[in-house]
Structures are given as structure tokens and as C-alpha cells.
Write a protein that binds this ligand. Sequence first.
Ligand code: ZN
Length: 310
Amino acid sequence: MMIKPKFQLDDVKAKAQGLWMDTIFPRFNIEVRFKKKTPCPACGGRDRFWYDDKNGNGDYFCQQCSAGDGFSLIQKVTGLSFPESIAEVAAIVGLDATSNITDADREKWRKEREYREKEQRELEQKMRENIARKAESTFRNAYQGDFSLYLKNKQVDKDPKIKITHDGNLLIPAYDEHGKIWNVQTITPDGQKLFIQESGGRTGGCFFVIGEVQPDLYDAYIICIAEGYATGMSIHMATGHPVALSFVANNLPKVGAVLRQKYPNAVFVYCADDDSAKENTGLKYAEEAQAITGGIIVLPDFTKIKESVA
Ligand SMILES: [Zn+2]
């Protein structure tokens, strides 16, 4: 269908300023959030879309389907032509134009968007399951060695539930609350830490427990929560308490939340890494976790440790 605009594009743009997010996009069932990473209304995904309206024309950026203004987003999502998108927006902002889209159109676009999002979620789930299988078989089939330079350098014990490979790597499984392995962390002899294909794999909310949690229905019992193996094992050796590892700092709140569900009566002790040199991420995430689950935070005093080894 050909529509000859009875107005100038510049007039439509001027009238549309400030109306894109709350008035114009919703008419096409397009949802955007201001300066937040979201799925792309046109091509789905997870964090690939960014709406900032930087020129006031409904401007956005998508890592997958590139950047554009509000007219281009409407065209991508709905399949309308450029003149059609201008005419529709003109009608919405009160310029002399007749709208040709119907509720049925809007409903169709909404369904299409839901389908794209569902497809994307299924794809991601498949990737996570693939990596979970790989992690499980890597851990199960590891050809065992018995010496880890990393453990020796850090002067910490081997938990019986982790493995040392024949070439001296540590393998530490990342479990969910049901005991399913989703990933496995490798720590090389020189201390590099790697997950299997970090991008597609799941680590969020997954953990490993050094020692054993023995839930007590009546008395308070302590679970320490730390980031990495060496720190966690030092705490376990010093205190005898079980230590759950979150592997990375930003996983502390998720692991705390999962463990809170599983052990409602436990007292949590978050053993934050001292990252004071780099923006205190350890403490920041420990505080976030503590706000969710309660418990206490302890920070290691590395100056004391330094003095004692000097
Ligand atoms: Zn896109």
C-alpha cells in the first residue's frame, strides 16, 4: 500500500519528541526501557538492546540488528514500510493522518515478539545443558593425579570431593541446590581459574561446599560463604565450619539466596575477599548478599597474614 505523507518528516519528528517510550512504542506493542540492557524488541536476545533516545527520535542501539531511530524500530518489529511508519506515528502524535493499524496487528506483533523471546530462552537453556553434560563428564572421567602445585603454594588441603588431574589441575564442580553439576572450575598449577565456555554455561546460583553442612533443627549452625577455593579451604581449616564457594564475587548474593532456601536455620558468615585495591567488589557483593539472607560479614586482614609470613 502506498501512502503519500501529507506532512513533513521533520514535523512528525518534532511532535514525537518525548513521546516515543510511553506513547508511541506501546501502540505497536513495543516495550523499551530507558538506558537499561534488555532483549531487543526486533531480534530478541538477552542484553543486546539499549534505548537512550539520544537524539530525541526514539533512538536505540542493538548489538545484533544495529542502531536506528524510532521509525526504524517500528519497521523492524512490525514490517511496516518507512512511509507507513511515518504515517502511523503522525496519526499518534495528532497530525493529519489516518492510522491503518488495528488491534489485530498489535496482537500479532506481540505474539511474534513472545515467540522470539521463547525461542531465545530455549536456545540458551540448550547451551547450558550442553555445558552441564560436558562438565559432568569432564569431572567424572578425569584421569587422576595426586599433586597440585596450587594447593602446595597456597598451603591448603584437598577437599575429598574435588579432583586433581594427572597434569596437576584442580577440578571443582559447580552444583545447583539439587546436586546437579552445571559447570566445573579448573584451577591450573599457576592459579588460573577457568570455567567451561563461560559465556554459554550456567554458574549463577551454583556453588561447591568444602566440608559438610550438617543441618541442625534446634541449634544455630554456621555456614561460611566465600569466593575461591584457597580462601574457602583456609577458612575451613581454621574454623572447621563448612564453606560454600560462589567462585566469583557477583555470584555471592545468588548463592546466599539459594542456600537460605535450603538451610533456613543456618547462620551465614560471608567471608569477603579484600578487594580494597579494586573498588571493593568482594565487600559490595557480600553486603548485597547479607541484605537478602542476613548473617555477618568478615573481611580478612591481609596485613596480619603478611606480617606472619614475613
Ligand atoms: Zn536487535
